[in-house]
Design a protein around this ligand. Structure first.
Ligand SMILES: Cc1ncc(COP(=O)(O)O)c(C=O)c1O
Length: 380
């Protein structure tokens, strides 16, 4: 089926009990069994829940994987993947410009279990090849990266990693399967913060991982149940509902994103705009090849903390807040908000300067958004 059809129907047969068109919220912790070992395939809700399973099947279909598993947050999904892929004595490579919380998880927790991490610019295949070791078991990439929007070639990274018997995980939160499908490009696993575009309405926190290999899928299902960081039935239902409109929302984010990026690029107060849809973006050609849209995430540099502060205090329609991917426009200051856990020297090296502002362009009328940004520029 086509993507829009799958978004609405995949994994969502009418409810067998009542015929309800919308999958119900199965708010139960357990299920009655007819006798010892005799049940309908549902024993305990950490292990199986029909609402969560509908979401998992849906996202697996959209990402073209064999199975998906939903977790209590994007970070819980990534944590489960470290349980799947890494053990003491292993080495992992991570894009040097990932979401700050991902870096924090690897550096402050997983590293203490005897796993070594190397952070490289995965946009450079030579740097990646140099970092590979005989015991490298995971290459974790985010593309485009958060917040600088640099692009990594998923196909070529996968070729390099697979020669070394190493899995490739792609955080596809920014693009969603509507604009980018990493498994079709050669990656092994996709992870999402469903908190963002998949749910799309800023009213749920969750995560999902989708796998290409059956053996990985079986092991992750075991880990999901054993470690237990499952997504609740209500959140599963919210994300399923959000995904039904994912294609039309992503189209709208894309159109507004391009218009806002062009507007920002035209302002003299802006030193640099990071948006892969602009022809002068370093990853523009690659982005055109592996993505079918550029999305709604933009970062721009106002040249210093003072300017960023004044600008952010002045916006009205754009809400100052962490997170992204909702229908409403959110604006943030990565250095003090989403990326505060990244050491300052590292932030500066990556371009996450004190003057950098990130905007998650929503689907409001774009003229209203531009008017709001224009009035904030007047404060500088
Ligand atoms: C790209 C990306 N990946 C993962 C996460 C973590 O997701 P969550 O906040 O749902 O744990 C975030 C959160 O901002 C993110 O932006």
């Amino acid at each position: 089926m086509g993507f829009r059809t799958d978004a609405i129907h995949a994994g969502q047969e009418p409810d067998p009990t009542t015929g309800a068109v919308t999958i119900p919220i199965y708010q139960t912790s357990t299920y009655v069994q007819e006798g010892i070992g005799k049940h309908k395939g549902f024993e305990y809700a950490r292990t199986q829940n029909p609402t969560r399973m509908a979401l998992e099947k849906n996202v697996a279909a959209l990402e073209r994987g064999v199975a998906g598993y939903a977790f209590a947050s994007g970070m819980a999904a990534t944590t489960a993947l470290t349980h799947l892929l890494l053990k003491q004595g292993d080495h992992a490579i991570c894009s040097d410009n990932v979401y700050g919380g991902t870096f924090r998880l690897f550096d402050k927790i997983v590293r203490h279990y005897g796993v070594e991490f190397t952070y490289v610019n995965t946009g450079s295949l030579a740097d990646l090849e140099k970092a590979m070791r005989h015991n490298t078991r995971m290459v974790f990439i985010e593309t485009p990266t958060n917040p600088i929007m640099s692009i990594t070639d998923i196909r070529r990274v996968s070729d390099i990693a697979h020669k070394a018997n190493c899995r490739v995980v792609v955080d596809n939160t920014f693009m969603t399967p509507y604009f980018q499908r990493p498994l079709e490009l050669g990656a092994d696993i996709v992870v999402h913060s469903t908190t963002k575009y998949l749910n799309g309405h800023s009213d749920s926190v969750g995560g999902v991982a989708v796998l290409k290999r059956q053996d990985d899928a079986e092991r992750l299902q075991f880990i999901q149940n054993a470690a237990g960081a499952i997504l609740s039935p209500f959140d599963s239902w919210l994300v399923l509902r959000g995904i039904k409109t994912l294609p039309i929302r992503m189209e709208a984010h894309n159109v507004n994103g391009m218009a806002v990026a062009k507007f920002l690029a035209s302002r003299k107060e802006v030193r640099k705009v990071y948006y892969p849809g602009l022809p002068n973006h370093s990853g523009h050609d690659l982005a055109k090849k592996q993505m079918s849209g550029f999305g709604g995430m933009i970062a721009f540099d106002l040249g210093g903390l003072d300017h960023a502060k004044r600008f952010l205090e002045r916006v009205r329609l754009c809400s100052l807040g962490e997170s992204l991917g909702g229908v409403e426009t959110l604006i943030s200051h990565p250095a003090t908000m989403t990326h505060a856990s990244v050491p300052i020297e590292e932030r500066n090296r990556l371009g996450i300067t004190d003057g950098l502002v990130r905007i998650s362009v929503g689907i409001e009328d774009v003229d209203d958004l531009i008017a709001d940004l224009e009035s904030a520029f007047a404060a500088l």
